[in-house]
Design a protein around this ligand. Structure first.
Ligand SMILES: C[S@@+](CC[C@H](N)C(=O)[O-])C[C@H]1O[C@@H](n2cnc3c(N)ncnc32)[C@H](O)[C@@H]1O
Length: 281
């Protein structure tokens, strides 16, 4: 009976998420179910459990499992200059405004292994703004954050990333921002020095700091509507007046409670600007 099996899987997932929330304070109950179910099943296999239910006692009694669980439930898929047209629009439409500020604060939420935040820092370096910028790059996945902080990537990826970089309006050679050796490419310290990496949970943590730009791409897509609304409210509160919001190409503000607080800069690229004087929802 396929109906009975999938009902049991749903119960197992509910109990697993309840255990994770109550025992460790990480609440994934507002994540979209279909992909969460796949990831929980994958995690069970990886940890040698026959079912998601078998993960529950381990989650309850083995604290050391938590980083693995958070890593298994999150999807740290990313690349440099992903969706190059978005970076091009940031360069052409946001940079002229940001350039007028004495200091620029940026929050990049859901930074995964760092490729996106390093792309942003390279862009800002090329337009002469990095020296007056502070970027906070946050994620829930500590294993991904540790990799991001290292800033070391397989050298073979730089070729593919170069295509994105050039489409994004890059003016030099991407490889110039890395030192190469032993098949790896290490990001230059000069690019890294304006970035602070930190653990931050969009589900339960508060406003990170006051910023001029929030970049959060390909994260809301994993959340249900209610959680999306919470997070968009958080971004609204974090942004200074006239601040910019950059979402992923499959995400948008259209039906959210925060929609009125923003006006599109480029709706198709999911670039928005906070309106002046609209209180957060
Ligand atoms: C698909 S990646 C997106 C990476 C990057 N923003 C990009 O677009 O290339 C999604 C990231 O969101 C993070 N994430 C998921 N839930 C989160 C939460 N509650 N708080 C903070 N980050 C979260 C995941 O750990 C993962 O690194």
């Amino acid at each position: 009976m396929p109906g009975r099996a999938s009902n049991l899987h749903a119960i197992e997932l509910d109990l697993f998420l309840e255990a994770l929330a109550r025992r460790h304070g990480y609440d994934f109950r507002g994540y979209a179910r279909a992909s969460l179910r796949r990831r929980a099943a994958g995690l069970a296999i990886k940890l040698g459990c026959a079912t998601v239910a078998e993960l529950i006692p381990r989650l309850l009694y083995d604290d050391s499992l938590l980083p693995e669980v958070l890593s298994g439930l999150s999807v740290p898929v990313t690349e440099m200059f992903r969706d190059p047209s978005v970076f091009k629009a940031i360069r052409e439409q946001l940079v002229p405004v940001l350039a007028t500020y004495p200091r620029i604060n940026i929050w990049q939420a859901g930074c995964a292994t760092g490729e996106e935040v390093y792309s942003l820092a390279i862009l800002l370096e090329e337009v002469g703004l990095l020296h007056k910028t502070q970027i906070y790059a946050t994620d829930i996945n500590d294993q991904a954050l540790a990799k991001a902080e290292e800033g070391i990537f397989p050298a073979k990826l730089i070729e593919k990333y170069t295509e994105n970089y050039l489409k994004a309006g890059g003016t030099k050679a991407l490889v110039a921002y890395f030192s190469l050796g032993y098949g790896f490419a290490k990001i230059d310290a000069a690019i890294k020095q304006r970035i602070s990496f930190a653990h931050h949970n969009l589900v339960s943590d508060g406003v990170f700091c006051e910023v001029n730009l929030v970049v959060c791409r390909n994260v809301l897509i994993y959340f249900d509507r209610q959680l999306q609304d919470r997070v968009l409210g958080l971004f609204d509160t974090s942004l200074s007046r006239g601040g910019f919001l950059c979402l992923g190409t499959k995400e948008n503000l259209a039906f959210s409670a925060a929609a009125n607080a923003f006006q599109p800069v480029d709706a198709s690229l999911r670039l928005y600007r906070k309106r002046q004087g609209v209180p957060p929802p």
